[in-house]
Structure formats: structure tokens, C-alpha cells
Design a protein. Structure first.
Length: 256
């Protein structure tokens, strides 16, 4: 069984694969400092609750955009699972070419998403990941990560409003019944959701226009991606497990 660990700025998502089938997913908070023992016990306990004995794990892949978690997390994998994890980064066989002056700047999340899209959907494609930041990445037919646009994520925008504006409240992120509202919570929701829809449609249109490529598929992922994908024709496919699939695909490439 393969364990994949996707460390984003806000949450860490764990997934277990039996072959190509995703069996279970788990989420923990990233912004909590943990020792290797804390990580190890937490991972073993979570796998044990669902009946997956940690002894069944035969491979581990980590994709992290939070460098200060890596020492403890890597050591936890070695100490508690007896496995040296594959860490997505420069020099690893991923099937993805990075078109950048500094290839080391390409985040692990961008690489695994590009690997998944190349394998599962083919290019050219625009991948939108609605996470702590919203990233729009252009992946060419040969798997090249050509360019990336990065914008504040929906939750990040809300947190900035709540922390910097005295009368702005924290709200559930969902589309209100109408954009014409005078209810404070719905005013905030309308700005966040409709604003992100507008951002998505404009950026996708400009990326298609400036790339000059035909038949570009648009694939969205990320926890809040479903909210946006259901409200715009700019997105062709919503795949909630795209990043986890990309990690599985990279693991298989590394084992060949």
C-alpha cells in the first residue's frame, strides 16, 4: 500500500492507495509544530482507526510546500514505517519539465498536479488549484510546466478581511442566493465567490489567448474548487484528488 502526504500551507492531506485506487484520505492541520515522534504516532493512529495497519505501507511519497515540516516528517516515516520516503523536488523523475529560469522555484504542488494532468487528461491544459493560494498553471502537451499565475486563495482573502477590517466577520464560504444582498454575511460571501468566479474566467481567457493554443482543457482541484467549478463554464473538469493522483503517478515512475 502506498501512503502519499501532501503538505500545503494550511492543511496536510494524507491518502492511501492500493494500486491505482485511492482507499482513504485524512487531513491534519499543517501550522502546528510537531516532532518526528508526534508525526509518527499521529500517522499510525490515523491509519489504525480505518483498519489500515501501518505495517501494510510499502512506499511513501511526500510533496511539501512547507520546508520546516520536512525534517520531522521524513524522520517519522523512517522511524515508524521503516521507509525512506520519496520527496518531490528537483532531480526526481516526475515526467514534468519545468520552464523556468530557476527550476528549483517550482513548488512540489505544481509538479504533482502537472504530472497528474499529463497522465490522466493530456495537454495542453490549465490546472487551477484552489488552495491557500489559487494557482493557474499551463501544462503543455509534452508535460512541460510552461507558466503559472498565483493569486490569493479564497480562504486567505477571507482571513485577510477578518483580521484587517474591524467590522468584517468570519463566514462560511458559499455562494449566496443572489449577488444583490444587504445581509452582511452574504455581502462577504458574494464578494468572495463571485469575485473568484470572475478572476477565474478572466485569467483562463487571457492564458488561452496569450498561449495561442487550441483545445486547452481546464481542470480544477482543491477543497474550494468545487464551489467555483459548479458556477462557471470556464472549468471543464473538477478532480478533487488530482494532487494525490499525481503523487501516485510520480511514485510509479520512480520505481520503474
Amino acid at each position: 500500500m502506498l501512503l502519499v502526504i501532501d503538505v500545503s500551507n494550511t492543511t496536510t492531506t494524507l491518502g492511501t492507495f492500493q494500486g491505482k485506487k485511492l482507499r482513504k484520505t485524512y487531513r491534519i492541520t499543517t501550522k502546528v509544530p510537531r516532532t518526528s515522534d508526534e508525526y509518527g504516532v499521529l500517522l499510525c493512529d490515523m491509519l489504525g482507526v480505518s483498519g489500515n495497519e501501518h505495517g501494510e505501507i510499502s512506499g511513501i511519497v511526500i510533496a511539501s510546500v512547507v520546508p520546516n515540516t520536512m525534517h520531522s516528517l521524513r524522520n517519522a516515516c523512517i522511524k515508524y514505517f521503516g521507509i525512506r520516503p520519496i520527496v518531490v523536488g528537483p532531480g526526481l523523475r516526475t515526467g514534468v519539465k519545468v520552464r523556468s529560469a530557476n527550476q528549483k522555484e517550482a513548488g512540489a504542488d505544481l509538479i504533482v498536479n502537472a504530472a497528474a494532468v499529463k497522465e490522466l487528461y493530456g495537454g495542453p491544459a490549465i490546472v487551477i488549484d484552489y488552495s491557500t493560494a489559487t494557482s493557474y498553471q499551463l501544462v503543455l502537451e509534452d508535460g512541460t510546466l510552461d507558466s503559472v499565475v498565483i493569486a490569493p486563495g479564497i480562504q486567505t482573502s477571507l482571513q485577510a478581511l477578518v483580521s484587517d477590517a474591524a467590522r468584517i466577520m468570519d463566514v462560511e464560504i458559499r455562494k449566496p442566493k443572489t449577488i444583490l444582498t444587504n445581509d452582511t454575511a452574504e455581502c462577504i460571501q458574494a464578494g468572495l465567490v463571485y469575485g473568484t468566479i470572475g478572476e477565474t474566467e478572466y485569467i483562463v481567457r487571457k492564458m488561452k489567448e496569450e498561449s495561442g493554443l487550441d483545445n486547452i482543457k481546464v481542470i480544477a482541484t482543491g477543497g474550494l474548487g468545487r464551489v467555483i467549478a459548479s458556477e462557471t463554464n470556464a472549468i471543464d473538469i473538477y478532480d478533487s484528488i488530482l494532487t494525490l493522483q499525481g503523487m501516485r503517478i510520480i511514485f510509479e515512475k520512480c520505481k520503474k
